[in-house]
Design a protein around this ligand. Structure first.
Ligand code: C5P
Length: 303
């Protein structure tokens, strides 16, 4: 029987390293980005609809605020893009059940686009190769290929050229969420502004972080986290500095702004330490809400 609908579960990401090189002539920055996929998921369901109805989208779940329900949504763009590539009529309804924070530096929009590509491939039996899906993903956004791949990976170029990274063990995270997002282009611009007088080196993968991931020791990984967008995000949102401090004070092994923020990620030793930190952060009053997760987890896949 032909399938009428497919659901794909897709994770969020945290950057264990985000090194930002100079702005290139295409407006993008050369990056070294070490990604880890973490267990906060969006579920994207694609259902075939009547011929001529085009692509429609609805957002449900606990993180809907500010997500566009029109053609500007990256998931809608993904459906059109893969439809054009494989020459099919894209009459589909996309339902995104969102748990990934919106504009939070955890690649929520990119995750939904990645899930849409994987779901369209399954629903229409396109049999796209992994390389084709990754290539379409990179046309949609720098983080989209990683949301297809999942696990732990190094992204170079715009962050979209992936190599798998060796990592042992499971890492426990606590995320401090903000109710108001930060614009990624604005954070990159602030980064440029803050470094205007400085010589900016080409980014390199941190050997210390790679060794730490191989060892599987969260204490070493915690000490090796780095993000060049952290100071720019804190400059635009000074309250984040306090959130980072409170998390460190309450025993986080590592504290870092996730991607372009404003989500702050805390690495902890184990599940119990995560619970303790989540309670302490909530009680401190400096954090709106918290989420706990583990990583690495798989990328976008049909459920
Ligand atoms: O690729 P994506 O559309 O996700 O990027 C969003 C924005 O982030 C870009 O418009 C750009 O301002 C900034 N960016 C950048 N350099 C990168 C990736 C993103 O400047 N390598």
């Amino acid at each position: 029987m032909a399938l009428n609908s497919v659901t794909v579960r897709v994770p969020a990401k945290v950057n264990l390293q985000l090194s930002v090189g100079p702005r290139e002539s295409n407006g993008y920055h050369n990056l070294v980005s070490v990604f880890q996929a973490v267990s906060i998921f969006d579920d994207v369901t694609i259902t075939k609809s009547h011929a001529g109805s085009g692509v429609t989208i609805a957002i449900t779940g606990d993180q809907t605020h500010g997500v566009p329900e029109d053609g500007s949504n990256l998931a809608v763009k993904a459906a059109h893009l893969i439809g054009e590539k494989f020459d099919i009529d894209t009459d589909v309804h996309i339902e995104v059940k969102k748990s990934i924070p919106v504009a939070g530096g955890m690649a929520g929009g990119s995750a939904d686009a990645a899930a849409t590509l994987v779901a369209m491939d399954a629903l229409f039996k396109l049999e796209a190769t992994r390389e084709e899906l990754l290539e379409l993903g990179s046309q949609l956004g720098s983080d989209v290929p990683f949301m297809i791949a999942g696990g732990t990976a190094v992204g170079t170029g715009r962050g979209d050229q992936l190599t798998a990274a060796l990592s042992r063990g499971t890492y426990h995270w606590v995320f401090a969420l903000s109710s108001v997002g930060l614009s990624t282009p604005a954070v990159y611009s602030e980064c440029d502004r803050m470094r205007a007088e400085l010589e900016v080196a080409d980014p390199k993968v941190s050997d210390t972080l790679m060794q730490a991931l191989l060892s599987g020791d969260p204490e070493l990984v915690g000490k090796s986290l780095s993000n060049d967008l952290q100071n720019p995000a804190c400059s635009l949102r000074p309250a984040l500095t306090l959130v980072l401090e409170v998390g460190r004070e309450y025993g986080a092994l590592g504290a870092i702004v996730s991607g372009s923020g404003p989500t702050v990620a805390f690495l902890v030793a184990d599940e119990e330490a995560g619970l303790d930190l989540a309670v302490a952060l909530t009680a401190s009053g400096v954090v709106g809400s918290v989420a706990r997760a583990t990583g690495p987890v798989h990328g976008a896949r049909v459920i």
